[in-house]
Ligand binder design. Sequence first.
Ligand SMILES: Nc1ncnc2c1ncn2[C@@H]1O[C@H](COP(=O)(O)OP(=O)(O)OP(=O)(O)O)[C@@H](O)[C@H]1O
Length: 266
Amino acid sequence: MASPTDASRTTNTPHATDTSGATDASSATGTNTSADGTASAGTAAPILRLTGVSRAYQSGNGRRTALKDVNYSFEQGRMYSVIGPSGSGKTTLLSLASGLDSPTRGTVRFRGEDVAEIGLGRYRNRHVATVFQSLNLLTYMTAVQNITSAMEITGVKGRNKKRRAVELLGLLGVEDEDQHRKTLELSGGQQQRVAIARALACEVDILFADEPTGSLDQDTADGIIEVFRKLAHDDGKCVILVTHSREVADASDEIVRLKRGKLMTL
Ligand SMILES: Nc1ncnc2c1ncn2[C@@H]1O[C@H](COP(=O)(O)OP(=O)(O)OP(=O)(O)O)[C@@H](O)[C@H]1O
């Protein structure tokens, strides 16, 4: 089992041998470089590709580079963990990949199309779901309402949205009575589970989560990681998590390691 500290891209499971496990210095060409440095052609077209992605912020009189020239390809059917020390750029990478922010340089492509061309709002609404540290729940609505309204916004088909919301909340261990309480009244851990259920309900192609197990007890955290793994392996989604948890990293198919804004290579 790979350790979170091994390399920028570390393949973790037998799945990793199915496709190109790789440090993606050459992702612009569609070729991945494996953790041992050998290049190999990927068997699947990436659903998401970052090419030369940098993000700098104005800081006082100068500029601080949070992410520097990152190249990486993410595929469907796989679960990724983005790891690295505090301040290494993990949340920045997630924000750029999920269309919450734009890179200062470089491109983010979804199925080959620049998300700037798709439009960040459209990309976010149609193709990705996010569970970030600020959960962005509508606190005056119940847990169920938060989920059904998100399903409406993302255009999920089917009439029984409420039943699906209840099913997902149950799966994530939110008790019946809590499902119908305003999320303002729920604990931090319960709110986190509602946010995850909302993301799952939206039936998008890519799911991003920043520290999804952060405020959960071990059993609930294990259950949620299992849900994410199934989403990737059974439903073919691309799941990208930021985590400080070794367990979460070990449960993923690939580990993306950042240090001071750069992708780490061997
Ligand atoms: N809006 C901003 N303005 C200025 N600097 C920022 C901004 N957002 C992030 N940074 C800086 O960019 C760097 C990377 O931040 P980021 O939040 O991506 O790190 P992280 O790896 O997610 O950290 P943590 O594990 O502590 O959440 C940090 O030095 C941070 O101070």
